[in-house]
Ligand binder design. Structure first.
Ligand code: PGA
Ligand code: ZN
Length: 770
């Protein structure tokens, strides 16, 4: 130890009169590492392991230590954020001192993943940063000599991973041998050699790379495959985060490949895609198996997936990821389930929705004979980022036929789901997502996938012989939703007679669901009477609200307020107002346009108008106040109104967990509208709900303007305890079907029924100004 103390003093790292204190930390492959405290200074010292072992090993250890110093120094010069700063080094000792990154400000990526916190954006940054390091070294003329460490890389990586594995799988020996040979022969840039979540520290500087003892001038595909391999394996370690891990895999691969400028990204991707299955197998049967894969079933799953990919290699990383998702995990989950709970048939059927348009119905039948059925709804004001509602085009039914989507249900989807346990909704939805293979369900159709996904839920509940809401709630407390009931329709639902799409009431004073709907009905009746009195009754709009025969948007709001009062109710106490601006529909040039009032507005002016309304009327909730692409407007409206009322994202968030988390981080919205057909599966809808909950937001399960007798969403709202439900008005049976189902559930719950509430806030509305 004295030699280390001398080294630190020589380097000026020990203030005069101080005695450095050493605390041992967990080390690297072949090093000791200490946290050193010397006066106020804190830093780490890393030293090749002691000389107790044979001289040859000691020399290898010292030279690895020097390689690491060289790597850290050069990467630090490229971008100081990427690595801990090297403070001093001593070649003869095989030791160096570097910046200490304290654990209260940094967390190992592996530890973060282990907590179930899996953020694809982190993986994307790791990929981007790794590519930037590879790109810089590829341009360095000195790098081939400075990192001429082939012997060490062979001993630490090629031998224990690839060649040792080949000895366990002799039938694959020639494939593994040629992968080893190609990797060693490909000399393009400096490889880190140990890129994995345990060697990446996360903090305010972003991902920081540690432990470069294996650095080598060689094949960059190794680093990419090595790290991606960890993400795949972690799906077995943290199955609850499988989706996010696979998304992280995609994010990392994509951002890395975008940064490849020293060769063609395609050829690098191909080498990584070939090498990855070999590394997978190596982590089970090589010399360095992963510590968390202990049970034989998981190991077998890895072997099966890896072996099949080695025999039939993929050229893209996307294919590797899909193969992994399909082969490694699903067969295992298929075991265990009762034979009778397996899916036997999926039937697709064309039925009709409330606008007289074709709709997709799916029916899922189990081996036991139990079955479930669901129909996909359809929107009029679809967000651009929604799952695609697949229509046939052509002339029949105005191009809105669903024959293709119906065929997908019966054929492709039916084939893929046959034999799967109905209780494993996540695996089923993942299969749908993978089978579709597009980011927006455009191949199978979101209408096909959501109908099947919901039908699977119904079949699962039928198999257990419990109502769906109970099946969904499990041991958790179910919650009746506070209804949000449309009184006047507008926008795209009423020939754009007025601009605002929904004028709704929320019966905030009700204490039961039954009472809540009765309050809404009283307001609906009195609004109808007012319209009739003015000679303005023209029937109803798409969601059952009165047809909006108004001079302006504020005329509609005045009438709504009057209707509440005429019903003998107290505005803001018994019932409050909600609006859905659906502002994406009002987009015009760079701003917005109120067509009914022949008035153009900038984003700021629109926000000002909405805020004026919020002061003049008892408004508790505003949905899509600005367009789906107006991020600045959404942040601005949320900043000005969000502490007073609910700011809902519908088209803006499209039931996407990712968008919700991003919006929450940016301060846009404080509530989400959950429409299963926007995401295309139940699992993704649930993920959106959980993301909203994690952000402290409220959630409103919602129907679409094109609906049917299907009542799945009511069960979702109750079983998931979402808190609120929006299904249109209290006229037209596709609407009342939902309210009526909630009434039945409330009755079944009896004393245990609780009604959800809007978060209590101080409204902007002051009665005096009305
Ligand atoms: P949509 O409208 O179903 O026509 O998209 C409903 C809503 O915007 O809430
Ligand atoms: Zn909406």
């Amino acid at each position: 130890m004295q030699d280390i103390r001398d080294f630190l003093e020589r380097a000026g790292l020990v203030p005069p009169g101080e005695i450095p204190q050493f605390e041992a930390l967990t080390g690297g492959v072949s090093s000791d590492i200490w946290l050193v405290r010397a006066g106020a200074a804190r830093y780490c010292v890393k030293r090749a392991l002691g000389r107790l072992r044979v001289a040859a090993e000691w020399h290898a250890d010292v030279s690895r230590n020097l390689t690491e110093v060289r790597w850290l120094t050069q990467v630090g010069r490229l971008d100081a954020d990427l690595v801990p700063a090297v403070l001093a080094s001593d070649a003869s000792l095989g030791a160096f001192a570097m910046e200490y990154l304290s654990p209260d400000r940094h967390e190992l990526w592996k530890a973060q993943l282990a907590r179930g916190c899996v953020i694809p954006e982190t993986a994307a940054t790791v990929g981007r940063r790794l590519a930037s390091i590879h790109a810089a070294f590829a341009k360095s003329p000195a790098a081939p000599d400075e990192f001429d460490t082939g012997a060490s890389f062979h001993a630490l990586r090629i031998e224990p991973y690839l060649l040792a594995t080949a000895r366990v799988h002799p039938d694959l020996a020639s494939i593994l041998g040629s992968l080893a040979e190609r990797t060693e022969r490909t000399k393009l840039t400096v490889v880190h050699g140990d890129i994995s979540p345990k060697n990446i520290l996360l903090g305010s500087r972003g991902p920081i790379f540690l432990d470069a003892e294996c650095a080598w001038f060689g094949d960059p595909a190794f680093d990419l495959a090595f790290c991606l391999n960890h993400l795949l394996l972690k799906t077995l370690w943290i199955p609850a985060a499988e989706r996010e891990l696979l998304a992280s895999f995609d994010a990392m691969a994509e951002s890395y490949l975008r940064g490849v400028d020293w060769e063609s990204a395609g050829s690098l991707e191909q080498r990584a895609a070939r090498l990855l299955p070999a590394l997978l197998l190596a982590r089970v049967d090589g010399k360095s198996p992963v510590e968390y894969l202990t049970d034989d079933a998981s190991k077998d799953a890895v072997r099966r997936a890896a072996r099949s990919m080695l025999q039939q290699p993929h050229d893209t990383l996307g294919d590797v990821r899909r193969s992994w998702g399909a082969r490694a995990t699903r067969p295992d989950r298929r075991q265990g389930a009762m034979q009778s709970d397996r899916i036997e048939t999926v039937i697709g059927r064309r039925v009709w929705d409330s606008r007289g348009r074709p709709a997709v119905e799916a029916e899922v039948v189990l081996a036991s004979g139990a079955a479930g059925r669901a129909i996909a709804p359809a929107g009029a004001s679809n967000g651009i980022n929604e799952a695609v509602d697949l229509r046939d085009g052509g002339t029949a039914f105005g191009g809105l036929g669903v024959d293709r989507a119906v065929r997908h249900v019966s054929a492709d989807i039916g084939d893929a789901l046959r034999g799967m346990p109905v209780m494993d909704q996540e695996a089923i939805d993942r299969t749908l997502i993978e089978l579709d293979g597009t980011p927006n369900k455009s191949r199978l159709g979101g209408n096909a996938t959501v109908a099947v996904s919901m039908a699977v839920l119904h079949a699962a509940a039928a198999a257990r012989n419990v109502p769906l809401w109970r099946h969904l709630a499990g041991d958790a407390q179910p919650l009746l939703p506070m209804p949000m009931v449309q009184i006047f329709g507008g926008g795209a639902h009423a020939g754009r007679r007025v601009d605002i799409q929904d004028f709704l009431v929320v019966p905030i004073g009700a204490s039961t669901f039954d009472e809540a709907i009765a309050i809404a009905v009283r307001i609906y009746e009195s609004a109808g009477a007012i319209m009739a009195g003015r000679g303005g009754l023209r029937g109803v709009a798409d969601e059952g609200g009165w047809w909006p025969e108004f001079a302006s948007n504020s005329d509609a709001l005045d009438t709504l307020l009057l209707a509440i009062e005429r019903a003998g109710l107290r505005p803001g106490i018994d019932a409050a107002i909600a609006i859905d601006v659906a502002a994406s529909q009002l987009r015009h040039d760079s701003g917005y346009r109120f067509a009914a009032e022949n008035r153009e507005l900038t984003s700021d002016e629109l926000i000002d108008v909405l805020l004026q309304w919020c002061r003049r009327y008892p408004i508790v909730s505003v949905e899509d106040p600005v367009g789906q692409d107006d991020h600045a407007g959404m942040r601005s409206f949320t900043a000005r109104a969000g502490s007073h009322l609910q700011v809902i994202g519908d088209d803006y968030l499209v039931t996407s967990a990712e968008r919700i988390s991003a919006a929450a981080a940016a301060g846009a919205c404080n509530a989400v509208l959950l429409k299963p057909n926007q995401s295309g599966t139940i699992t993704e809808t649930k993920a959106a709900l959980l993301a909203a909950r994690a952000a402290g937001w409220s959630s409103i399960v919602s129907a679409r303007s094109g609906e049917t007798e299907d009542v799945t969403i009511v069960h979702l709202a109750v079983g998931w305890a979402a808190g609120q439900l929006k299904v249109g008005s209290c006229a037209r049976s596709e609407r009342t079907a939902k309210w009526n189902e909630a009434l039945r559930i409330e009755e079944a719950l009896g004393d245990r029924a609780i009604l959800g509430r809007l978060p209590v806030r101080q409204l902007l509305w002051t009665k005096a100004t009305t």
